[in-house]
Design a binder for this molecule. Structure first.
Ligand code: GDP
Ligand code: MG
Length: 804
């Protein structure tokens, strides 16, 4: 969005002009809805931080595009099928018609300022969704009204629920002939575990086109007879009597239906809202409850996350988008209201959070702009932030200076000169060593131990640790290995953490890359540029990692094939380096059982210099630690130990050697996990070479590993397939007989006549699953998967796995 080339492209695509004709005077024009409001006028009660979430293809990007247009942020309407949208700004997104990175844009609508994030729906980018949700206060969940709930819908809904987001649902694609709002409503009631209810009804015109939406709360009909003329900007807003007179089609059934749905809504809300309940008692008939009372109760219930209103329309055909924008303003919480929610739900200390004046910001996204450098998207969780302010990065402990602050309005960055406050979402430049997921705090801030935020960098930590006896008689927990326990714990963890009882910060799980491949540039002259591109991309996306060996061959790791292919494409389009990817391979892991002490002595003459060193390492399995990426070296700093006076360069050399051995396990060279390394003894003469120390540490650790019965582990995915009932046995049969899958549940969905199959399946057997499922079900199924755990690979399977 902010690359000048992309801006030019947008300009090139922009051919349409806005029609200024207005059908109805009552309808506000695009220009008077707030695009001209200055920042200073925005009070907290008018601020919304929201996201659009859904299964891929439900219409998130299309809806975002229509919203930006109606808000006056854009002068033309982008179209994913033509590849000219604002939020799908990467060339890869436009070429493929999918959202890959979350895009944050700000728009203004009827006095409100809304920070909106369009999230990706593809499983390879789940972590991107997770990070976005952690900075939001509310969400719009989109459904394709002809498909109902799809596999990823449930996944993103559950993620949003973990972050306690208030939600409104928009049934999109109501223009499709198969669209069925009642089917969707049933599906939602059965599957989402929250009370939902329609607040609108659709009316189709004679040629079966949706052109009217009835607002059941105020009993008005909103019609778009010719949306193509002005991209749906103007619409008729009529009472039901006027509407029926205009259409010359008196329909008693429609009026009855409106009353029925309205009564249902009032009853449902009165169940959760005492104020409305007492008001209902005062009225003779439920129909007499006023619009205002209903809207207020609805807002309270949405914010308490006890109710979810369902709106409908068609973004593509411009029907119902302005009402969705109104609902965002009316029903989704302000950041202040949401704080109450988080506090209640997670039992946090109210005084601490609401009173914190300390600056604290979370980097939820980084993008590289050729002109401005790294653009860091921040949500401010405490205090205020100024330009030229220095803040400490909690993960690196380094001080970083913010240079400039911007707000993303469609495809333009508007610079902000004034300070920005708690609860806002902005972009800052000037940070040179921060990564997505890092937290920035005041320089003097030092976190209290009990609240420490885990480093998400996966770096080696060197610290004084427990003291085992040198003979290796360290007490070990002998429990059975159960990585799934740890993963379950990670999933159920608090989505927010309290730092020093003062600052509330997101607690994002780490995602382990499950695929890898080699990457090479065709010429050595481009090697530097390639490494630079890899460094930038891994800062943007922590689920993408890389390493380059001494021969210059790089290995990249990511969440899926699409993820890695997209990265290759981006290296080409954004950095001008054409790279070659090796075959995609699954990222296995290696681990050990038991423990061992290993000693190594070296005495060698190199170039006439005597190198003498001895070191002793202790390694043990950390089977129940749950961290499969544990890479720690600790020092044995007991009373008799000399390690506390160890030279810093020697210490770093040992660390380097240990980390190299951890990256390439003894069996097939896959990363080691779930083990703990302790340096017991170290001695080296003054002139001993650092490279020799590193390789001795590596070698010593490798020997220790091989004495601890190392074994291979493979990623097991939790797969969820949604398909018509008729395909149940084929899907289950395929998973269990040809894919080594274990089906854990099959659930019928009465509303849609479909089933949901959940299974644990080794990733190694899922390479062709997407195509295969399409063939099995004639394209009528959808699936999602996420890493469940790592499990030991059987002997028979091991022969299929190659050495790296
Ligand atoms: P996303 O993956 O959720 O961002 O979905 P997109 O916005 O990229 O839309 C996916 C496809 O659905 C595109 O081909 C859109 O043109 C189409 N689409 C989006 N909204 C509608 C709608 O309201 N009606 C119809 N018929 N198609 C739509
Ligand atoms: Mg999209």
């Amino acid at each position: 969005m902010f690359h000048s080339t992309n801006v030019r492209k947008i300009a090139k695509y922009c051919r349409r002009t806005i029609s200024t004709s207005r059908k109805c005077d009552k309808t506000p024009t695009r220009d008077d809805k707030g695009a001209s409001l200055s920042d200073a006028q925005i009070e907290k009660k008018f601020l919304r931080n929201i996201g659009i979430i859904a299964h891929i293809n439900a219409g998130k990007t299309t809806t975002t595009e229509r919203i930006l247009y109606h808000a006056g942020s854009t002068q033309t309407v982008g179209d994913v099928d033509k590849g000219n949208t604002i939020t799908d700004y990467l060339i890869q997104e436009r070429d493929r018609g999918i959202t890959i990175t979350s895009a944050a844009v700000t728009y203004k609508w009827k006095k409100h300022m809304i920070n909106l994030i369009d999230t990706p729906g593809h499983v390879d980018f789940t972590i991107e969704v997770e990070r976005s949700l952690s900075v939001l206060d509310g969400a719009v969940t989109l459904l394709d009204a002809s498909a109902g709930i799809e596999a990823q819908t449930v996944t993103v809904w559950n993620q949003a629920a973990r972050y306690n987001l208030a939600n409104i649902i928009f049934l999109n694609k109501m223009d499709k002939p198969q669209a069925d709002h009642m089917m969707c409503l049933k599906d939602l009631k059965v599957n989402l575990g929250i009370k939902v209810g329609l607040i609108q009804l659709p009316v189709k015109s004679a040629n079966n086109r949706i052109d009217t939406v009835i607002d059941v709360i105020n009993r008005r009909a909103l019609s778009w007879p010719e949306p193509e003329r002005d991209n749906g900007s103007s619409y008729l807003n009529q009472s039901l009597d006027e509407f029926q007179a205009t259409t010359k089609k008196p329909d008693k059934k429609l009026l009855d239906e409106v009353e029925r749905v309205r009564e249902c809504l009032v009853n449902d809300l009165a169940d959760s809202d005492e104020k409305l309940a007492s008001h209902v008692i005062e009225c003779d008939r439920i129909g007499q409850v006023s619009d205002e009372e209903i809207r207020e109760a609805l807002r309270r219930c949405v914010i308490k996350t006890e109710y979810c209103p369902v709106l409908l329309g068609s973004s593509f055909k411009y029907v119902g988008v302005q009402q969705l924008m109104d609902a965002i303003n009316n029903y989704l919480p302000t950041p202040v209201e949401r704080e109450e929610q988080i506090l209640q739900r997670f039992g946090l200390n109210k005084k601490a959070i609401t009173s914190s004046q300390q600056p604290c910001a979370f980097i939820f996204k980084i993008m590289h702009d050729k002109r401005l450098g790294a653009l860091n998207y921040l949500r401010i969780f405490g205090g205020k932030i100024n330009r030229m302010q220095s803040l400490k990065n909690l993960q690196t402990n380094k001080v970083e200076q913010i240079k400039r602050i911007f707000r993303p309005f469609a495809d333009e960055l508007t610079e902000i000169e004034k300070p920005v406050f708690k609860d806002d979402i902005v972009i800052v430049t000037g940070l040179s060593d921060s990564r997505t997921g890092d937290i920035l705090v005041e320089q003097g801030f030092s976190k209290a131990e009990e609240n420490s935020v885990e480093s998400s960098r996966g770096e080696m930590e060197l610290q004084a640790g427990e003291q085992p006896s040198p003979s290796g008689q360290v007490s070990m927990e002998e429990e059975a290995y159960e990585p799934s326990k740890a993963i379950a714990a990670a999933r159920n963890r608090q989505p927010f953490l309290l730092l020093n009882n003062e600052l509330l910060v997101p607690n994002i799980p780490r995602m382990e890359p499950v695929y890898f491949c080699t990457i090479e540039s065709p010429s050595t002259s481009k090697q530097m540029k390639l490494e630079e591109a890899l460094a930038c991309l891994s800062r943007e996306d922590p689920s993408f990692t890389y390493e380059v060996d001494t021969l210059g061959v790089g290995t990249i790791r990511g969440m899926g094939k699409l993820h890695l292919e997209i990265m290759r494409d981006r290296i080409m389009s954004e950095y001008g380096v054409d790279s070659i990817l090796g075959p995609m391979q699954i990222s296995y892991r290696e681990t050990i059982s038991g423990c061992a002490v290993e000693e190594l002595k070296v005495n060698r003459l190199i170039n006439g210099v005597r190198n003498r060193l001895s070191l002793k390492l202790y390694v043990r399995s950390l089977a129940n630690s749950g961290a499969w990426n544990q890479k720690r070296l600790r020092l044995d700093c007991g009373p008799e130990s000399t390690l506390s006076t160890m030279r810093a360069d020697h210490r770093r050399a040992v660390e380097t050697g240990v980390s190299r051995a951890m990256m390439h396990g003894p069996l097939l060279g896959y990363p080691m996990v779930d083990c703990d390394v302790l340096l017991l003894e170290f001695q080296a003469n003054y002139r001993c070479g650092l490279a020799l120390i590193s390789s001795a540490a590596s070698q010593c650790l490798m020997q220790a590993f091989s004495r601890c019965s190392p074994f291979l582990m493979e990623p097991i995915m939790l797969l969820e397939v949604v398909a018509p009932k008729a395909h149940n046995s084929t899907i289950v049969g395929d998973l269990s007989s040809t894919r080594r899958g274990v089906v854990i549940s099959t659930q019928a969905r009465s509303a849609t006549d479909s089933i949901v199959v959940r299974a644990h399946v080794p990733l190694a057997t899922l390479a062709d699953y997407s195509e295969h499922l399409r063939i099995l079900t004639s394209g009528r199924a959808s699936f999602s998967m996420e890493l469940h755990n790592y499990a030991a690979v059987s002997e028979s399977e091991r022969s299929n796995i190659v050495r790296i």
